[in-house]
Design a binder for this molecule. Structure first.
Ligand code: NAP
Length: 252
């Protein structure tokens, strides 16, 4: 199956580890030109080496903390330096934030910015030049928590907001050649992930969680998420603007 990603210019925000690293490696294997963003230089050096060895046409990394900068200005600086991106993947986010259901605006704003609004702000700059070219793919990494609405209420709500953005804005952009979509992982395990230490300890929480919440009875891998992201970055998803795709081992 030809994805048509070879030599496309790809921006991955949050690419140094876990799912984001899996996505970077997936694009490398499709011979894409990759610009990757994260905070940790040592990790990015390692990802760069792996991506170049796996076939990336080029790999540049940018060290930035998107919670601490003006994300619109940051997106403009990326366009100035690297030109228009064909494909953008927003992977930054997570549930390890305040879990206080009665938290105030500071906590809720943080959850929303981390999981949705920082990427939305970047899209306001990155998508208009895609529209001028008449082709673009923007993939937001959401979570099955957006649908199941379990666990950390701030996280689940922020991802649900992100999904609403993808549906509504995905429709608005559909006639302009842009496919804005979301991929919703279920629980994914990898070295250093939330579940990793419990798995290594043989903690009973692991079996309990898998039995009750992932019908497939195992964790997902970054590659299983990346494969769907690659499809949503390709020519093949042309009839799927606004799609929100669970990749979750039949989460329940
Ligand atoms: N893992 C799961 O089971 C799971 C399940 C459902 C959904 N998801 C979603 O999938 C996405 C990735 O999850 P993950 O578990 O792979 O997360 P992760 O291991 O924490 O990795 C997140 C990536 O984003 C970067 N990052 C984090 N904060 C950043 C910031 N402020 N500025 C720039 N880069 C930043 C991290 O690199 P640095 O630390 O080097 O900056 C890393 O590359 C998230 O949106 C998460 O909500 C994950």
């Amino acid at each position: 199956m030809e994805l048509g990603i070879r030599n496309k210019n790809v921006l991955i925000v949050g690419a140094s580890k876990g799912i984001g690293r899996g996505i970077a490696v997936g694009f490398a294997e499709e011979n894409a030109n990759i610009v990757a963003v994260a905070r940790t230089k040592e990790l990015m050096i390692d990802v760069k080496e792996e991506c170049l060895s796996r076939g990336a046409s080029s790999f540049e990394y940018v060290i930035a903390d998107i919670m601490e900068i003006d994300t619109k200005e940051f997106a403009k600086s990326l366009l100035d330096k690297y030109g228009v991106f064909d494909i953008v993947v927003h992977n930054v986010g997570g549930s390890l934030i305040s879990r206080d259901p009665l938290g105030g605006a500071d906590e809720w704003n943080y959850a929303l910015k981390f999981n949705a609004v920082a990427s939305i702000d970047m899209n306001s700059v990155l998508i208009p030049p895609m529209i001028e070219k008449g082709w673009g793919r923007v993939i937001q990494i959401s979570s099955i928590s957006a649908v199941m609405l379990r666990g950390n209420p701030l996280y689940a709500s922020a991802k649900a907001f992100l999904n609403s953005y993808v549906t509504t804005v995905g429709r608005a952009l559909a006639p302009q050649g842009i496919v804005l979509s979301a991929v919703e992982p279920g629980a994914v395990a990898f070295e250093g992930s939330y579940w990793d230490k419990f798995i290594k300890e043989g903690h009973p929480r692991v079996d309990d969680f898998l039995r009750h919440h992932q019908a497939i009875n195992r964790f997902g891998t970054p590659k299983e998420i990346a494969d769907v992201v690659l499809f949503m970055a390709s020519e093949l998803c042309s009839f799927m603007p606004g799609a929100i795709i669970p990749v979750d081992g039949a989460n329940m």
